[in-house]
Design a protein around this ligand. Structure first.
Ligand code: IYR
Length: 232
């Protein structure tokens, strides 16, 4: 921040915030270019084992952590794993849960709905991708006396951060997918996370295998997913 005027509101410092205004034409062009670029993102399930620099993963995580959160509690922990031993352990545990899910927990309708995505209980990407990012939500914080303080809007906050994480991964020229083994408590056990943390989403990050194929999907058009209330 260049311009740092400060004021005090009820004993708390507030800093002046400045954002450059865009000309309408530039705004239109920029918003369209961003959409066109974001629309090239796809969930990819096959990765090469080429390494990705830790500094890139750090930048991606820092980007995600700019997300807004309830009372700015930032109720998230990003666990980034490149250790092959841990990745193997995670794969074995995830595939055991997935086997159970695909064989008995998921309804036939659910499995039918997933057929176009060609998913199954096998998750080689958990070992192949150079990094796994496991996003944990922090339901509460413990103060120095061990007293619990619940965080606010934890699912909303962590969900927003995950959206920004996925955007940052795309921006880095890498791919990911949102893997949701259920239940996920094996992840917090393997990673030895403290008891205020629950695994929220697992995202492998890396380069797509070449060639790679993704389902031929369409996205909803504006008229199917937006409603405008514009008055007169
Ligand atoms: N959790 C499983 C199944 C799965 C469910 C949905 I909904 C998907 O969009 C994709 C997969 C898995 O991660 O494979």
């Amino acid at each position: 921040m260049t311009n740092n005027h400060t004021i005090e509101i009820e004993g708390h410092r507030h800093v002046s915030f400045h954002l450059d205004r865009l000309e309408p034409a530039e705004m239109a062009a920029k918003s369209d270019a961003f959409y066109q670029w974001l629309d090239t993102r796809r969930s990819v399930r096959e990765f090469t084992n080429e390494p990705v620099a830790k500094s890139v993963i750090e930048n991606i995580i820092k980007s995600a952590s700019t997300a807004p959160s309830g009372a700015h509690k930032q109720p998230w922990t990003f666990c980034a794993i490149s250790d092959p031993v841990l990745k193997k352990q995670i794969r074995i545990a995830a595939e055991a849960e997935e086997k159970e899910s695909y064989e008995s927990r998921m309804s036939d309708r659910w499995k039918d709905d997933l057929k176009p995505m060609a998913t199954n209980m096998y998750k080689p990407f958990l070992e192949e991708a150079p990094w796994l990012i496991i996003v944990c939500k922090r339901a509460f914080e413990l103060d120095t006396d061990g007293k619990k303080h619940n965080n606010y809007y934890v699912n909303e906050s962590v969900g927003i951060a995950c959206g920004m994480l996925i955007t940052a991964i795309h921006n880095a020229g890498l791919v990911t997918l949102t893997h949701t083994p259920s239940p996920m408590n094996f992840l917090t056990n393997i990673l030895k996370r403290p008891k205020n943390e629950r695994a929220y989403l697992l995202l492998p990050v890396g380069y797509p295998k070449q060639p790679v194929y993704v389902p031929d999907l369409d996205r909803k058009g504006l008229d199917e997913m937006a409603v405008f209330y514009e008055g007169e």
